[in-house]
Design a protein around this ligand. Structure first.
Ligand code: GBH
Length: 490
């Protein structure tokens, strides 16, 4: 796997999709209008201490009302596609298969999809980006209960029926590792369950994340089965899952740390990708967890294996991996950005977990393509500039570190395509707008568009201009204008 980048002439395939990504709970607000049911993030984010700045999702970027402005922005940026998510609790307020469908929820997304298509923008739809209907959590424990497989499949079918004539790109789930580990292991995301009694009154971090992960895989797989059997022949779309996962570099050449890097990938990515693409959990996870890792029946495995038409990839950074520690959620591996010689891997973002390292993106693209052998859709990639929230708007829109991040990442993607032969079909920077950054609240900004929360006015940042120009020039529609590519080694 190459770890350095050489200059390349930028040229992307003609039907390459690019655009920006968002998620319903992070942008919509209007949590109690038009018959929406509660999601697990509603009350969680309103509880004191759950978000850094006390922010919640009640208003967010008010995109539920300002959706026409969002589409105007997308149009101005010249995107081909827009990745957004549907809020399950707007479609089926109580969530379950025997609960009523909310016509106003269907109507809302329906008019939104129509408006995107009228603007020439391809909808790329996530069915689940973490906003589980609260009623399902209360009724039977949500993702902890296998009941959810039937309820999620029913919800997915309602969406295929209502929107599948117009939506041809579907993602079942966003980042199941986060759903399981952050929601039921570390307890930092809704529903906030954890063995840590300072954090949560209930939960068992040693068992629940693995059960949740198992049920997420099954729900994904049975929804895809339903799509393929009942909708695909007429609707002719593609469907898959998107996984988070960052490149893992051994801290040094010691065999223990080389092995640690693979263990990190096994738990961050292989936990989901191996069953879905290869038909089994990683051996390392079975060793690490023993009986705590649920098993698939033969019938289930037949549904799970091959249940994604493509590899959906969300990636942000690279971790240096050291063997040791007992954090099962990272494969008993310690992460650091500090090299043995004391230097940093890249530019530090506002979030502790994120530094810029484009070489790692290229390496991960190669690793995934070689291991899973499917076209890759990069459905998230982004950067939060340090202390951006304390800058003036005029300062914040000069987001130099984010531009450098995207300059590196786009060059790495092009190098992977052109030089390494990786089949990459899409690239969606996260995010169209600054928005509700989950446990970070509004303190962390990932947008290429600045949102002034006092007025809800939107201001394009330099990074938006950089990306718009990059894709305008490099998608080989007719005659690409070649330009000198950035040399990332300098
Ligand atoms: C994505 O997750 C999400 O899909 C998106 O909604 C979000 O806004 C965006 O990233 C920016 O964060 O060990 O508790 O510090 C990114 C993947 C994986 C990044 C877990 C943070 C460390 C969490 N995330 N990771 S923690």
């Amino acid at each position: 796997v190459p770890t350095t980048l050489t200059p390349v002439v930028a040229k992307l395939p003609k039907d390459f999709l690019w655009g920006f990504a968002t998620a319903a709970f992070q942008i919509e607000g209007s949590t109690d209008v038009d018959g929406r049911g509660k999601s697990i993030w509603d009350d969680f984010s309103r509880q004191p201490g759950k978000t850094l700045d006390g922010g919640n999702g009640d208003v967010a970027t008010n995109s539920y009302e300002l959706w026409k402005e969002d589409i105007a922005l997308l149009k101005a940026y010249g995107v081909k596609s827009y990745r957004f998510s549907i809020a399950w609790a707007r479609i089926i307020p109580l969530g379950g298969r025997n609960d009523p469908v909310n016509p106003k929820g269907i109507e809302y997304y329906s008019k939104f999809i129509d408006a995107l298509l009228a603007a020439g923008i391809i909808p790329f739809v996530t069915l689940y980006h973490w906003d589980l209907p609260q009623a399902l959590h209360d009724r039977y424990g949500g993702w902890l209960n296998r009941e959810i497989v039937e309820d999620y499949t029913n919800y997915a079918k309602v969406c295929f029926r209502a929107f599948g004539g117009r939506v041809k790109h579907w993602l079942t789930m966003n980042e199941p590792w986060c759903v399981s580990i952050l929601g039921y292991g570390r307890g930092v995301f809704a529903p906030g369950r954890s063995s840590d009694r300072n954090r949560s009154p209930e939960g068992d971090s040693s068992t629940e994340p693995w059960i949740v992960g198992h049920n997420v895989i099954l729900a994904h797989a049975y929804a895809v089965k339903a799509y393929r059997e009942e909708f695909k022949s007429t609707q002719r779309g593609i469907i898959g899952i998107t996984l988070n996962g960052d490149w893992a570099l051994p801290y040094d050449d010691s065999p223990a740390n080389v092995e640690a890097a693979q263990h990190a990938l096994d738990v961050a990515i292989g936990w989901y990708a191996d069953p879905i693409y290869l038909g089994h959990y990683p051996e390392f996870m079975q060793e690490m967890l023993g009986e705590r890792l649920p098993a698939f029946t033969t019938e289930e495995l037949a549904v799970v294996k091959g249940s994604s038409d493509f590899y959906g990839m969300n990636t942000y950074t690279t971790n240096l991996c050291k063997a040791g520690g007992d954090d099962e959620f990272q494969g008993r591996v310690e992460y650091t950005f500090t090299r043995p010689d004391g230097t940093q891997l890249g530019t530090q973002a506002h979030c502790a977990w994120l530094q810029t390292y484009p070489q790692g993106f290229r390496a991960l693209l190669n690793y995934l393509y070689k291991r899973y052998r499917l076209p890759i859709y990069v459905t998230e990639n982004g950067f939060a500039v340090k202390n951006e929230n304390s800058l003036t708007i005029e300062q914040a829109i000069q987001d130099h570190d984010r531009v450098e991040y995207f300059r590196g990442m786009t060059a790495a993607a092009v190098a992977a395509i052109v030089e390494d032969g990786v089949d990459i079909r899409a690239y969606f920077p996260w995010s169209l707008l600054d928005n509700f950054e989950w446990a970070d609240g509004y303190d962390t900004r990932f947008g290429v568009t600045y949102v002034d929360y006092a007025t809800q006015k939107r201001y394009p940042k330099e990074s938006a201009k950089f990306l718009a120009k990059f894709f305008r020039e490099n998608i080989a529609n007719d005659l690409p204008k070649y330009r000198e590519p950035p040399n990332l080694q300098s």
